[in-house]
Design a protein around this ligand. Structure first.
Ligand code: ARG
Length: 459
């Protein structure tokens, strides 16, 4: 096949060069964006009389047919044609002859690929946001069922204060909401049309860039042609948003892995979302959570790899930038599969409420509340801390939690105690007294769930 840039060459490229240089094996993913961009460009060329309007029509019609044929699996791409842009153009020219060659008037592959990638990133940012939203919806449903499910909250992985399972889940809801907002920001960053930048210094044709931006739904056109073709910061923004999302999913996965160990036993994963061992018959492994945690490293790699690719490239376009595609595709595929599978795993897991509650009681997680009771009865907080510390020590020695100690035992450490201490250290009371904005009280969490359901509708 004849190269589109073959004019100044006297020799054919080595097959190895073709192979190494070519991106069609992966950038064929951009066929829709490429053709949509070309249609808008052709329409504008016709309207501006840069090419004959009738010819523009023919080009547009044929591009639409090519799009349909690609979607029907009827098109085979050629490695010698290097990338999706030249493949589409070659097919066009094959179908309508010389008229096809006019499509590239006033355009370079540099502004073409920069446009395609922006269209693509806008699309996947929207798609990612939707998927994160579905996970948020799942977590809201689950939270609704667990506003009274007491569990220990931790710091340093040591039992700290009682909370509810809903409150814990809702922490992740907040994180994932920010991940959704980050996807909106990615979209905004990619929302500027570079087409018209040409190879680097625009063109002498009177292109109507704003008309093209309107047709392609871009909010603005780029104001500097060098910048238009040579930055891929919007790809990095996507990779960054994907990396942060994976970081959140990975922490959640880590907790689930801990929770389904026999040591915790807070949740049991559904058989459909866990796996067995080929040697140990008793095993049920949280492979999905582990893989999500593991794939986080891979998405970080996508981000770090491409950041590094970009760091030393002089303006304007350099072929290094062809390396933007695989990390973006890989990160998108990875967050997609992780989000879908993770949501199903969480939805189907069983929450072992009594175990969670016992862990909250056994870990003296109500000790702060016991100290607060003393403070409310006139004891200084530091003294109260000391008194409860002694009771905890006593409890540890006798294998009793705070609510299992007798009033006599309480009184032996401080005469201030009376029977109302038992109500104050009741775990449900402890939780529900934390009833300020952001707190774990049932009423607060219910409000947060309602608020976030509304937020989700609007986002
Ligand atoms: N396949 C190329 C890429 O992804 C398209 C742009 C090529 N431009 C060039 N001047 N060689 O970046």
């Amino acid at each position: 096949m004849k190269k589109m840039w073959g004019g100044r060459f006297s020799k054919k490229t080595d097959l190895l060069t073709d192979d190494f240089n070519s991106s069609i094996s992966f950038d064929q993913r951009l066929y829709k964006q490429d053709i949509t961009g070309s249609i808008a460009h052709a329409r504008m060329l016709g309207k501006q009389n840069i090419i004959d309007p009738g010819e523009a029509e023919l080009i547009i019609r044929t591009l639409e047919e090519i799009l349909a044929d690609i979607e029907a699996g009827k098109v085979e791409f050629a490695v010698e044609m290097e990338d999706i842009h030249m493949n589409v153009e070659a097919i066009l020219t094959e179908r309508i002859g010389d008229v096809g060659k006019k499509l590239h008037t006033g355009r370079s592959r540099n502004d073409q690929v920069a446009t395609d990638m922006r269209l693509y990133v806008k699309e996947i940012a929207t798609g990612s946001k939707l998927l994160i939203g579905e996970l948020v919806a799942t977590l809201l449903d689950l939270s609704q069922q667990h506003t009274e499910t007491i569990m220990p909250g931790y710091t340093h992985l040591q039992r700290a204060q009682p909370i509810t399972f809903a409150h814990h889940l809702m922490a992740y809801v907040e994180m994932f909401k920010r991940d959704m907002i980050r996807m909106d920001q990615v979209k905004a960053m990619a929302n500027t049309l570079p087409l018209g930048s040409g190879a680097l210094a625009t063109t002498t044709y009177p292109l109507d860039r704003i008309a093209v931006a309107d047709e392609l739904n871009f909010a603005a056109v780029s104001l500097n042609s060098l910048d238009g073709v040579s930055d891929r910061d919007f790809c990095i923004d996507f990779l960054e948003a994907a990396a942060v999302l994976m970081m959140h999913l990975s922490r959640f996965s880590e907790e689930i892995i801990l929770w389904c160990s026999s040591e915790f036993n807070f949740v049991t994963l559904d058989d459909a979302f866990s796996t067995g061992s080929s040697i140990m018959p008793q095993k049920k492994n949280p492979d999905i959570a582990e893989l999500v945690r593991g794939k986080t490293g891979r998405v970080y790699g996508d981000l770090m790899g491409f950041l590094t690719t970009m760091k030393g490239i002089p303006l304007a376009y350099n072929k290094d930038m062809q390396e933007d595609k695989e990390p973006v595709f890989d990160a998108y595929d990875t967050i997609n599969i992780c989000l879908i599978t993770f949501a199903k795993m969480v939805k189907t897991m069983t929450v072992n409420k009594p175990v969670m509650k016992k862990a909250a009681a056994g870990g003296f997680s109500n000790a702060t509340d016991a100290a607060d009771w003393l403070v409310k009865h006139g004891v200084a907080f530091r003294d109260a801390h000391e008194i409860i510390g002694k009771l905890v020590f006593f409890g540890l020695e006798h294998g009793k939690s705070l609510d299992e100690l007798t009033l006599e035992e309480y009184k032996s450490v401080s005469p201030v105690f009376d029977e109302t201490i038992f109500e104050a250290i009741d775990l449900t009371v402890c939780v529900n007294q934390r009833n300020i904005i952001g707190g774990p009280a049932k009423e607060r969490v219910e409000k947060a769930i309602a608020f976030n359901r509304e937020w989700l509708k609007q986002n």
